[in-house]
Design a protein around this ligand. Structure first.
Ligand code: FEO
Length: 408
């Protein structure tokens, strides 16, 4: 039975976190390996004359959600339901919530969300489509709705509680994993959590990462970043000790701000030939003072692509090692390279190392893919079979060329 947290965050207005720790999920969106799990966070606010529910949980946890909700309020008393984003990890329980509510609550979302609520659940009555910047009085409190398209779908919006400087943000400023705490008060919890935020940003929002920067700029211009007291996302930690930290972290990941010295090395090696070349490159990197982070696909290992994607934004450079396989790129590397270019497309230098038996194709194909991306191809060292002394010279030269790109 997944753990359920019902935590009061504030007395006035009464504001509650309702969180469930999904430790059963294996593949988020049926794609991304997340053995670390994920949390679904909904929030409930009681004002002097209104009861507002912000989002819900995944359909699988509908009965747990209704039970948690009912421990705070009779669902019939809910006057407003704010749907920040209709992806079913946040909206799946809504139909049953509405049933328990007697369909009396006003449902609030963007025009896009309105269409998706009908498409997903047949919900079309009592739905109000907000305009960007619209404000709504709920008793003695004011909700301000701000659209943040493509974070993570075109339907997305956030709510700003005007009198209390609180942002409810759904996917935005969320992350994977099941933190041991509800908020950012413990530095150790935060440090353990942030790599899962990177992984989440790249896999979930990565394809649209330029919109993170755009939307954060938009929110900054509204002047609410400096005043914000709490950020309440739909996944992971609540930010109330240092909410600016997660703002800045998101911007840095979206912009691909590198950590000095980090070079991501990814490769496949069917019989050890690619590994020989990569080993030389790693040795050269270390001699030059860099810290390679290495992932490899072999006959004994197959790391999660989602983990590798999460390493790209803060790497200074990449080394991709690939075998030629059936006149193309090794299938695992082909998938990985495709996902890196789609989800983590940053202006970073890349060195390609390749190996082949009778014809070298992988290097050429990866080069062609890189030409269509923001990455900068620095060199390819591709060779037949074992790594000769001559190959070693070229590999070390290739690494030095890669590192040169990082200067200035
Ligand atoms: Fe957490 Fe885009 O849903």
């Amino acid at each position: 039975m997944p753990k359920v947290w019902i935590e009061k965050l504030l007395d006035e207005p009464e504001l509650y976190l309702l969180r469930i720790d999904d430790d059963k999920i294996k593949y988020f969106e049926a794609t991304w390996d997340i053995p670390e799990g994920i949390t679904y966070n909904a929030y409930l606010m009681k004002t002097d004359s209104a009861v507002v529910l912000f989002d819900a949980w995944k359909k699988d946890y509908t009965s747990e959600f209704l039970e948690a909700l009912s421990s705070i309020v009779d669902p019939k008393e809910i006057t407003h339901i704010v749907v920040h984003h209709t992806e079913p990890d946040h909206s799946g329980a809504l139909p049953k919530v509405l049933e328990a509510n007697g369909h009396s609550a006003k449902i609030i979302g963007t025009a896009f969300a309105k269409r998706l609520l009908e498409a997903f659940y047949g919900i079309k009555e009592n739905v109000h489509a907000i305009k960007d910047g619209e404000e709504l009085k709920v008793g003695n409190k004011t909700l301000k709705f701000i659209t943040v398209p493509w974070l993570h779908w075109p339907d997305a919006m956030i709510t700003y509680l005007l009198e209390d400087n609180i942002i409810l943000s759904c996917d935005v400023w969320g992350g994977y994993s099941i933190p041991d705490a509800i908020d950012d008060s413990d530095e150790g919890v935060v440090e353990n959590y942030l790599p899962y935020v990177n992984k989440y940003i790249v896999t979930v929002i990565g394809h649209y990462h330029k919109y993170i920067v755009e939307n954060v700029e938009k929110i900054k211009k509204l002047g609410i970043v400096d005043d914000v007291k709490m950020i309440l996302p739909g996944h992971g930690l609540v930010w109330r000790k240092n909410p600016r930290k997660i703002f800045e972290h998101y911007v840095n990941v979206a912009a691909g701000v590198p950590k000095k010295g980090k070079v991501l090395v990814v490769y496949d090696s069917m019989y050890g030939f690619v590994e020989e070349s990569v080993g030389i490159a790693v040795d050269e990197l270390k001699k030059l003072g860099f810290e390679p982070v290495v992932y490899r696909f072999t006959d004994k290992e197959a790391p999660a692509v989602s983990d590798i994607l999460g390493e790209v934004p803060d790497s200074e450079a990449l080394i991709i090692g690939a075998s030629t396989y059936e006149a193309s790129i090794h299938p695992r590397m082909r998938y990985l390279v495709h996902e890196i270019l789609d989800k983590a497309n940053y202006a970073k230098p890349v060195l390609i190392l390749g190996k082949f038996g009778w014809a070298g194709v992988a290097g050429r194909e990866i080069e062609a893919l890189l030409r269509e991306s923001k990455f900068e191809h620095v060199a390819t060292v591709e060779a037949k079979g074992r790594t000769t002394a001559e190959d070693e010279v070229k590999i070390r030269e290739g690494v030095r060329k890669l590192v040169e790109k990082l200067k200035g």
